[in-house]
Design a protein around this ligand. Structure first.
Ligand code: DX5
Ligand code: ZN
Length: 220
């Protein structure tokens, strides 16, 4: 499976966001991770539809919207119209997860479900065959720059094994604390889509992205 780096714009410099996205594209980045926080599901507030619309107008990169939002079904349509290619909702935030997954697919976006570190994989048992991607949080969601939680490695490995049986094309995304020290751990466990915020945007953007992608190429 192709390994994908998804830089998280949560750690970007918003005054020069367009330039930073163009530079990432030049380095070979294909996907961008867009963290929506509502101040309820997670403590912090980030950005919503208008910023996504502006990004959509200035880039053709794949836009992956991670909704850290209570009852995210309310906004699926809006984010799709604003340019989302992949829409991720948290299982913990949905009362009717099956309905929300179907709703995402009806809009034409790829459907993904996220699990917090402490949420068991069994929460996904019945919807797993329907999903394009599962996002395993490797920190507690809400902030960039946190430390990778080591017990998540086993969870990635287990999900890969289950997916091989019921949904072999499933993409496994990991999010939180991914940096040069943890990248090999998650790749070896079976993750194929790696979100990285601070490890990409803090310091030399191009050099950081290239270093991570070079490691990922070894696992193709
Ligand atoms: C955290 C967000 C992440 C965040 C990751 O709740 O979902 O996408 O940007 O940041 P790092 O890579 O710095 O841990
Ligand atoms: Zn995220």
């Amino acid at each position: 499976m192709k390994r994908i780096l998804s830089p998280s714009v949560l750690s970007a410099d918003f005054a020069i966001l367009g330039e930073q996205l163009a530079l990432l594209k030049k380095c070979g980045v294909t996907n961008i991770h867009y963290d929506v926080m509502d101040g309820m599901y997670v403590p912090s507030i980030s950005f919503g539809m208008p910023v996504l619309k502006s990004i959509r107008q200035c880039t053709d990169l794949v836009l992956d919207v991670h909704m850290m939002v209570v009852d995210p079904d309310r906004y699926v349509e809006d984010f799709r119209k604003s340019g989302a290619d992949i829409i991720t909702v948290h299982a913990e935030a949905c009362t009717h997860l099956d309905r929300v997954v179907n709703h995402i697919k009806e809009t034409g976006a790829k459907a993904a479900v996220a699990l917090n570190p402490a949420t068991p994989l069994s929460a996904l048992e019945y919807v797993l065959p329907e999903l394009d991607m599962v996002l395993l949080m490797t920190v507690n969601p809400g902030f960039g720059g946190q430390k990778y939680i080591p017990y998540c490695t086993d969870k990635i490995r287990t999900l890969r094994k289950i997916a091989d049986q019921v949904n072999p094309g499933l993409s496994i995304q990991v999010d939180g604390g991914i940096n040069p020290a943890t990248v090999r751990t998650v790749l070896e466990a079976g993750a194929d889509n790696l979100v990285a915020g601070s490890a990409v945007f803090n310091g030399d953007l191009a050099a950081n992205a290239e270093a991570l992608m070079n490691v990922m190429k070894e696992y193709h």
